[in-house]
Design a protein around this ligand. Structure first.
Ligand SMILES: Nc1nc2c(ncn2[C@@H]2O[C@H](COP(=O)(O)OP(=O)(O)O)[C@@H](O)[C@H]2O)c(=O)[nH]1
Ligand SMILES: [Mg+2]
Length: 369
């Protein structure tokens, strides 16, 4: 049994206090009026004292009604804990805001809402600070929450670069797919080969320099056979040059590579040497949306030894939280050309667009908030 006393100005107020603190099952044991010398010591206006009790005994397992009451109490307790957690999270975010924002901005409701939007997008503090610095403090305070959310979204998207129709670049004919192992380079190449050759009617050829695994060659061969496209295996730089020459009458040549460890500089140096050919190559850095932000940065740093033009993000179907990808795109200022959303060839690929990224971000925000 839990017994507590509450002081209030009147009975209804006291009952409200009891219910808020102890729940609707609490029982009022006693009420009394505070007066005389005791009232003088009490806070101004407190005239009633209520004693309430809450029974914490475990209900009889055989009694269904008691069980339902008990369950109701647990659910309410859980809900109130959830509310507390949310409030706590909010106040942590606000205290972060107080630390990061100049005082005159922190006390501006509108600026604070924008800050919270960026936080809810999952953006990193340094990126938020950068974005906030570009926002002039508003004077009105009349802008609706929806409008502020749209503005915040637009602000983020104005910083993201997307590359439209990267495979239709008139300056390029040879494209490579580089990146760590298992991110989906071969699958993405096959998807794009299908789109280019089968849907756009272009003359495409495939080359693989991934000779580390027999299965890797077989994987691309299978795709080439199904699509009726020519394919060549190149074991060294000379063979790659020959292959590119062989396909000089083709609209595009797509080169598959072995996954390189971003941890090993030597791997990347070797890859760069392999690509030393007369014709310019457009390198797509293939990255998985499920990779942590720190790792994405590290991978990008290593692969930047090659003239990477844009990146492709894969496996968006495997995560709803796109904050690592978004922070990466904002930090590295690299354009994103394609997004892939599954294992199906050629269906699960689409050109990256700000509209699509904004929709993913709003969805990610709903799921992770
Ligand atoms: N869920 C999902 N799986 C993918 C996606 N892209 C590729 N994969 C899978 O990831 C695995 C590795 O793909 P692969 O193309 O061989 O990767 P690589 O080593 O980079 O060439 C395979 O099982 C693919 O089917 C994608 O967008 N979503
Ligand atoms: Mg592969």
């Amino acid at each position: 049994m839990n017994i507590k006393k509450f002081s209030a100005r009147n009975i209804p107020e006291a009952i409200r206090m009891v219910k808020n603190e102890m729940g609707p099952e609490a029982v009022i044991l006693k009420t009394r009026t505070i007066h005389g010398p005791e009232a003088k010591g009490a806070d101004e206006g407190l005239k009633i004292e209520v004693t309430a009790a809450m029974d914490y005994d475990v209900a009889d397992p055989g009694n269904g009604k008691d069980n339902a009451v008990e369950l109701g109490r647990i659910i309410r307790k859980w809900q109130s804990l959830e509310t507390e957690m949310r409030d706590l999270k909010q106040s942590l975010v606000l205290s972060d805001a107080a630390r990061l924002l100049k005082p005159e901005l922190y006390f501006n409701q509108e600026v604070r809402t924008r800050y919270l939007n960026f936080r809810n997008f999952g953006l990193r503090p340094e990126i938020i600070t950068e974005l906030m610095d570009t926002i002039p403090p508003e004077k009105t305070g009349n802008v609706s929450g929806t409008k502020l959310l749209q503005d915040s979204l637009a602000k983020v998207m104005s910083r993201v670069q997307v590359e439209n129709n990267a495979l239709a670049d008139p300056q390029a004919r040879v494209y490579s797919f580089i990146g760590p192992t298992g991110v989906g380079k071969t699958t993405t190449l096959a998807k794009l080969a299908a789109v280019t050759a089968l849907q756009q009617g272009k003359k495409a050829a495939l080359v693989t320099i991934d000779t580390f695994r027999i299965a890797a060659v077989a994987q691309l061969e299978t795709y080439a056979r199904i699509m009726g496209l020519p394919m060549t295996v190149a074991n060294n730089n000379k063979e790659l040059r020959n292959a590119i020459r062989k396909y000089e009458d083709h609209d595009c040549v797509l080169i598959d590579t072995a996954g390189r460890s971003p941890q090993k500089d030597q791997d990347i140096v070797e890859l760069n040497a392999f690509f030393n050919i007369p014709e310019p190559i457009r390198h797509f850095l293939v990255l998985s949306a499920t990779t942590r932000y720190d790792n994405l940065i590290q991978i990008e740093k290593r692969f930047s030894r090659l003239p990477v033009r844009s990146c492709i993000f894969t496996k968006l179907d495997e995560t709803r939280d796109i904050s690592a990808m978004l922070n990466f795109l904002l930090c590295c200022r690299r354009p994103v050309a394609y997004l892939t959303t599954g294992q199906q060839v050629p269906e699960d690929i689409e050109m990256a667009s700000k509209k699509k990224l904004a929709a993913l971000l709003l969805n990610s925000m709903k799921q992770t908030r």
